[in-house]
Design a protein around this ligand. Structure first.
Ligand SMILES: Nc1ncnc2c1ncn2[C@@H]1O[C@H](COP(=O)(O)OP(=O)(O)OP(=O)(O)O)[C@@H](O)[C@H]1O
Length: 360
């Protein structure tokens, strides 16, 4: 199967489990949506028009202007097979929308996979920067630098009153979505999560699942992002998200501490080690159960209950156990039942129980 560098490893640099508050914030992301003046939005464009946009924008990617930031590769989506595109979605590097757009879509990807620039997705240009842990300001600064580089080379569609024009009205204005991916198991276990999530939506933030819009919040992972792009400056958007995320971190930490102190500790330990045991020995594991049990073990690691597994292994398993990556790893097409068996096998291997099932 594929030798593309992004398929060689599941863990991008920003998924290494490092960075500030990494026990709760997996990653921080800023994406900027932009469109070129005088060109129809991708959904209305002809092949010829989309081709022109792709050439215009990838030429900036190839011009060396991005060298000050890192090494970049431009990948036309038409060069990728279906599985490679799926792997990119599972690594959060492209959207399902772009994966389906193999005509004139392209990806400009940095070698550490922290910057992925999508061309001809919902908008002509989507610049995405990902950082490990709670580093939303850093993600914003980098995204803004890249935006400046493109703006020097290409005329953006901009309206004095409305701001940057985007294909979906929800992005008009700044065109920015800033988000943090948070692991909030203690708030879920102590049943505080619904109250907190509803408070979050009241201050103009949106809550989504691990794979963004329309995805379920599996494995106690919640993506919290700004809902509003109009009427607020970029700095206000980032500051608002930063301060709300900080408060959620404090609540999650307090809930963890309480669970570790009271009689509930034994229940917590039972849950963590039960999940660890099941992950280490099960023969069949569907994706929902895997996400939940990986969340329990991750919490056990973060609380110091489990010491012989690293947080990186948990992040790696989150990606490796996705359908596309599983098929890539085992180099075969797998139906759902086969995937559940292979998923269990892979998890056992990563948790160091290689010999349990006849030496898999
Ligand atoms: N903080 C984050 N860390 C890692 N991945 C993230 C983070 N925030 C979003 N993502 C990923 O980015 C992808 C797109 O997410 P989402 O659909 O929420 O945003 P979007 O496509 O930029 O927004 P829009 O709905 O406005 O088009 C998804 O795979 C999602 O998991």
């Amino acid at each position: 199967m594929s030798n593309r560098s992004f398929t060689q490893h599941a863990l991008s640099d920003w998924m290494q489990g490092t960075g500030p508050d990494a026990d709760i914030v997996i990653s921080s992301r800023v994406r900027i949506a932009r469109n070129l003046l005088g060109h129809p939005f991708p959904m209305l464009a002809t092949n010829q028009q989309s081709q022109e946009v792709m050439e215009r924008l990838t030429s900036v990617g190839n011009s060396g202007r991005l060298n000050e930031i890192g090494r970049f590769e431009t990948i036309p989506l038409s060069d990728l097979n279906e599985l490679e595109r799926r792997v990119l979605v599972e690594k959060h590097l492209i959207s399902p929308n772009l994966a389906n757009e193999s005509r004139c879509g392209a990806l400009v990807l940095s070698d550490n996979e922290s910057v992925s620039i999508m061309v001809n997705e919902e908008d002509h240009l989507r610049i995405q920067c990902l950082y490990p842990g709670f580093q939303i300001n850093e993600a914003w600064e980098l995204a803004s630098r890249i935006d400046d580089i493109f703006e020097e080379e290409a005329d953006y569609a901009f309206d004095e009153r409305r701001g940057f024009l985007t294909s979906c009205p929800t992005n008009v204005g700044t065109g920015i979505r800033a988000s943090v991916m948070m692991h909030l198991p203690a708030l879920v276990m102590t049943q505080q999560i619904n109250r907190i999530l509803s408070a979050i939506t009241q201050v103009g933030l949106a809550v989504r699942g691990m794979y963004g819009e329309g995805s379920e919040a599996l494995g106690n992972l919640f993506q919290i992002s700004n809902q509003i792009t109009l009427g607020q400056s970029e700095h206000e958007i980032i500051d608002n998200l930063h301060s709300v995320a900080k408060q959620i971190i404090e609540h999650e930490r307090a809930a963890r501490e309480r669970m570790m102190q009271q009689e509930s500790r034994v229940r917590l330990e039972d849950r963590v080690f039960r999940s660890y045991g099941i992950l280490s020995h099960a023969s069949i594991m569907d994706s929902k159960e895997a996400a939940q049990r990986l969340s329990d073990v991750r919490l056990g690691i973060d609380l110091g209950l489990i010491r012989d597994v690293s947080p990186q292994v948990m992040n790696e398993l989150m990606v490796l156990t996705q359908p596309g990556f599983l098929q890539h790893t085992f180099n075969e097409k797998l139906n759902m039942d086969q995937r559940d068996i292979r998923r269990a096998e892979l998890i056992r291997q990563h948790l160091g129980r290689k010999s349990d099932h006849g030496g898999v």
